[in-house]
Write a protein of this length. Structure first.
Length: 558
């Protein structure tokens, strides 16, 4: 199959024809198929061997940034206090258990770090015999536990799984951008921009859940993007054959078995099994894949393309995504089902009058667990009881209030930096070039979708919106800007799309292409420069306090 090799964005979506190409004199099935393929925007840009090489090289860069000194700092940082210990509890018991408390309660207003201190010192079994009420699904913690199996006493292995999926995400984004934008060069640019982003680096070096959510969302998008082109190839083939046989249905042909979409259902189920916010992505991408099919039928000249999409695409998409995602989600609770003493495991048996009667007791108990967790999520930590690093979603794109995951300074007895005052910090701060440039690029992408009707722009915006916009409904809750790591791959795609426009079309004059390359290259170089500048405060390097302050550009970043 031919490969698109231009270093600029391909043309926008081909316009729909007035009708299906006719089988005119001298025409054959192959000729009709080729006309349909051209109309449908085919051939799709299969990655050539050098695209895989670029993905590998950029992945190596990402791995170096994520794996070197991964065990630093050698303590639990931020919400690792929950997820690392819970992951180890799941290794030992199959579910999360409560942890021990200090023999003497800490002073009022101070947190109980007794279990953390024991865990960091090598006493890993800090768990009581009672179950813990946990408000996130299990899969992300099982993924953390997979790395801890190798050496649960090492901070490196606490964070190993996060570093692996963070690195894989960068390599995968190269191939996604290559397929979406039709350019290996732009695929490499997208990978580099994600590799040097601070949010993504910090989350790839700490065991929180959000990097796993980001990974599964990106995998699902990659699979549905590949399925889009495969489905269009199949549509072109079946329509052309039906035209020549005189058997074309006014609703278009069935497109048959689509394993890539089924695998996307698995990935979306994994996203939901990591954090419930994956449900928004499941709904958004499910709708997007059906709209892509409807558009393909319309472009191919199918008479009743909308009804054809409803009758022949919507319910297979639903069955490939929703039940499969639900099965994966339930499977992630296997440890909870197998244990007799997990939280609420026997609730239905103990409360038969309150349980959902038509469900088996185990599922009725799990339903009650979810109802309780939903109540926690919707009522806990309102603004009057806010966290010092809470950040309204309006400020996320411009990095108004980054989250400090870890900080040690002179008051903690930190020395050795060659100055009187030393600092070591892990701040979940996005690369300013990526985030500020990406915010401007979102305007460009939105205009391209609405005015130029470029499907690629819509493909970028839909998953980004699904990961971002729902948080605006929870502005009275304590939420953090680091949640944005879930959609940073799509923000990078938006910026890469805009840089493709700056670069200019492949047929432009050499002078135009030169200036475009200078402009786009300057953005990439600036992003790499920000990496070099901010990397110490993303990775807990020992620096002077003056050097730390130099990187805190705004008061809200402290």
């Amino acid at each position: 199959m031919a490969t698109v090799t231009s270093t600029a964005l391909p043309r926008r979506r081909p316009p729909a024809g007035a009708g299906t190409p006719a089988a005119g004199p001298g025409s054959d099935v192959a000729a009709t198929r080729e006309r349909l393929r051209e109309r449908l925007g085919l051939p799709h840009p299969d990655p050539a061997w050098w695209a895989w090489v670029v993905a590998g090289l950029v992945g190596v860069l990402a791995g170096v940034l994520r794996f070197v000194h991964l065990g630093r700092p050698p303590v639990l940082v931020f919400d690792e206090t929950y997820y690392v210990k819970q992951a180890y509890s799941m290794l030992l018991h199959g579910h999360e258990r409560d942890v021990v408390s200090a023999p003497t309660p800490p002073p009022e207003g101070e947190s109980d770090t007794y279990a953390d201190d024991l865990f960091e010192a090598g006493t890993l079994d800090v768990f009581l015999g009672t179950p813990d009420f946990v408000v996130h699904p299990p899969l992300g913690k099982w993924m953390i536990a997979a790395g801890m199996q190798l050496d649960p006493d090492s901070t490196f292995f606490w964070r190993l799984s996060a570093a692996v999926v963070g690195t894989l995400s960068v390599a995968l984004l190269v191939l996604v951008a290559r397929r979406l934008l039709g350019s290996t060069l732009l695929g490499g640019v997208a990978g580099i921009l994600l590799a040097v982003d601070g949010h993504h680096i910090v989350h790839s070096r700490t065991s929180l859940l959000d990097i796993f959510l980001s990974f599964w969302v990106l995998v699902a998008f990659a699979l549905l993007l590949a399925d889009r082109f495969v489905a269009r190839e199949r549509l072109a083939d079946r329509v052309s054959r039906a035209v020549h046989a005189g058997t074309l249905s006014p609703y278009g042909p069935w497109l048959g078995w689509r394993p890539l979409r089924l695998l996307a259902g698995v990935s979306l189920g994994a996203a939901c099994a990591t954090k419930w916010s994956g449900l928004y992505v499941l709904a958004a991408l499910g709708l997007l894949t059906v709209l892509w099919d409807m558009d393909a039928r319309r472009t191919a000249g199918v008479r009743h393309w909308f009804l054809g999409g409803l009758l022949r695409d919507s319910w297979p998409a639903f069955l490939s995504l929703v039940p499969v995602a639900a099965a994966v989600y339930l499977a992630s609770w296997a440890g909870w089902f197998r244990a007799d003493d997990s939280y609420h495991r026997t609730w239905a048996a103990e409360h038969p009058d309150e349980a959902v009667s038509w469900l088996p007791q185990s599922l009725a108990s799990l339903w009650e667990y979810h109802r309780s967790a939903y109540g926690f999520h919707t009522t806990i930590n309102v603004v009057d009881n806010s966290h010092p690093y809470m950040a309204n979603p309006w400020s996320w794109l411009v990095q108004g209030r980054p989250t400090s995951f870890h900080y040690q300074g002179q008051g903690d007895g930190l020395t050795g930096c060659g100055a009187e005052a030393c600092s070591s910090a892990v701040t979940s701060l996005g690369n300013p070039v990526v985030w500020w440039g990406g915010t401007l690029a979102l305007v460009v992408v939105a205009v391209a979708w609405l005015v130029r009707r470029d499907w690629r722009a819509g493909a970028v915006l839909v998953p980004l919106a699904a990961c971002y916009l729902p948080w605006f409904a929870f502005q009275d809750r304590t939420i953090f800007s680091f949640y944005a790591v879930a959609f940073v791959p799509f923000l990078v795609l938006a910026l890469t799309y805009a840089l493709g426009l700056v670069l200019g079309p492949a047929g432009a004059s050499p002078e135009r292409r030169l200036w475009g390359a200078v402009g786009a290259g300057a953005v990439v170089v600036a992003a790499v420069g920000c990496l070099l500048f901010f990397y110490p405060v993303w990775t807990a390097q020992l620096i002077t306090t003056d050097a730390w302050r130099l990187r805190m550009w705004w008061p809200s970043w402290v």
